[in-house]
Ligand binder design. Structure first.
Ligand code: GDP
Ligand code: IMO
Ligand code: MG
Length: 432
């Protein structure tokens, strides 16, 4: 009964999509368990990059069933657009291949307006969100005024839930210029039209997933974002609004902790972050530009340039701890070729003290100085390497040092975005 959780060990965009795509070759079911259309997971499909936002990255494998779990927040318009896009590429998307939890919450058109409003230029509330309405949808969920996917099956109940949700936001709507105020009837009609199309996909995925796990099916749980963006364990308040860590895989799918068999953390060989918030190893100047261009570090959802820096072992060690990672995958090792030396942050200096654990306060994290260990670089490009033994010795040494510093086995390294560029590390644990 292998149930494998894949989570980001940094601030998102670690290459989860590519790893899930590779692992899904052996999966029966691939489940998204949190986040919404804020995610951008890139896979290479027929030689071209394909960014998935809501639908699990396993969808390109015909043999898998994909699930949007109860913990996901679903913008029905974005979902339908994504389904159409996949169909236009010849990917089969039907109710026997995609199941949507009746317990998942809906992102409504005005959740995006609410998201954008707090992000207004000069706002002290600004977080640099993706403006996909994800935060406000989770706010409604926790405030118990949310509209759920299951409501789409009952038009009268949907109308009532939408009314409650509107009432809850009356003060905000009234403050908008009249021409921007959401119109109840127009939104109800819009959602009802989505309901018509989505109804066959709606299922009690909690019961179904548990039955499949009991039947011995191989289940892959695909996390979005990363540990540094987890609402509890990340750099609060500069986080997303869900639990991106392994515990979220249980609450967001209905599979209990006792059914999880492995937790794979994904980390880049360096670090990136999009949006606001502290980033101890962030680089400025030509080195940052070089990493960004070489690693093509531009957001898969918003196109924003990603902030770039050296590998931070303090952050990843913390991620290994809170996720209980049984292994890591180290991605984008190819991007580090060509530097005379590469650095790894092993601790933080804070007002004369050395910190080896990840602090809770962003004001501390914003002030720390990274303590670097310098390792010899390598000149050889790696993207053609197809086995561990083909990697130059200094690249192997880098991977081994990362393993020592974070204290967990590295099962795979990747040297390119394609499935074939994922290399197994000798003596690493078996994930499936
Ligand atoms: P995710 O959000 O964690 O799925 O990651 P993204 O898809 O947002 O960003 C990762 C980017 O790196 C994508 O463009 C991938 O195609 C690309 N990528 C993944 N693994 C590798 C790798 O090993 N080397 C290189 N050069 N690119 C990679
Ligand atoms: P994937 O799954 C990187 C960041 C945003 C912002 C913060 C809050 O592709 O790794 P939100 O829209 O979630 O309220 O924004 O979180 N963020 C991501 N950064 N990768 C992501 O997803 C992200 N999803 C959200 O940039 O800083
Ligand atoms: Mg991404």
């Amino acid at each position: 009964m292998p149930v494998l959780v894949v989570v980001g060990a940094q601030w998102g965009d670690e290459g989860k999509g590519a790893m899930v795509d590779m692992l899904a070759q052996e999966a029966d079911i691939v489940v998204r368990f949190q986040g919404g259309a804020n995610a951008g997971h890139t896979v290479i499909y027929r030689g071209q990059p394909l960014a998935l936002h809501l639908i699990p990255a396993g969808i390109t494998h015909e043999h898998t069933v994909c699930v949007l779990g109860n913990g996901v927040v679903i913008d029905p318009k974005a979902l339908l657009e994504e389904m159409e896009k996949l169909r236009s590429l010849g990917i089969h998307v039907s109710p026997d291949r995609l199941k949507i939890s009746d317990r998942a919450h809906l992102t409504l058109p005005y959740h995006r307006i609410l998201d954008a409003a707090r992000e207004m230029a000069g706002s002290r509330l600004r977080l640099g969100t993706t403006r996909r309405g994800v935060g406000p949808t989770y706010v409604d969920k926790v405030d118990r005024v949310g509209v759920r996917v299951g409501d789409l099956q009952h038009p009268e109940r949907l109308r009532e839930k939408l009314q409650i949700n509107f009432e809850h936001k009356r003060a905000f709507f009234n403050a908008l210029p009249p021409e921007e105020r959401p119109d109840f009837n127009a939104i109800l009609d819009e959602i009802l039209s989505y309901a018509e199309v989505l109804r066959p996909y709606i299922a009690d995925t909690v019961t179904w997933l548990n039955q499949q796990a009991d039947a011995g099916k191989r289940i892959l749980l695909e996390g979005a974002q990363g540990t540094g963006l987890d609402v509890d364990f990340g750099t609060y308040p500069f986080v997303t609004s869900s639990n991106t860590t392994a515990g979220g895989a249980c609450t967001g799918s209905g599979l209990p902790p006792t059914k999880i068999t492995e937790v794979l953390g994904i980390t880049k060989a360096y670090t990136t972050r999009v949006g606001e918030g502290p980033f101890p190893t962030e680089l400025q100047g030509s080195l940052a530009v070089h990493l960004r261009e070489k690693g093509r570090e531009y957001g898969a959802t918003t196109g924003r340039p990603r902030r770039c820096g050296w590998f931070d072992a303090v952050l990843v060690r913390y991620a290994v701890m809170v996720n209980g990672c049984t292994a890591l995958a180290l991605t984008k090792l190819d991007v580090l070729s060509g530097y005379p030396e590469v650095k790894v942050c092993v601790a933080y200096r804070f007002r004369g003290d050395t910190l080896t654990t990840f602090p809770a306060e962003v004001c501390v994290l914003g002030e720390v100085e990274p303590v670097y260990e310098t390792l010899p670089g390598w000149d050889e490009p790696l993207s053609h390497c197809r086995s561990w033994s083909q990697l130059p010795s200094h690249a192997q040494r880098f991977v081994e040092r990362v393993r020592e510093l974070v204290g967990t086995p590295i099962a795979m390294v990747s040297v390119g975005p394609e499935r074939e560029a994922v290399l197994s590390v000798p003596n690493a644990p078996n994930l499936w």
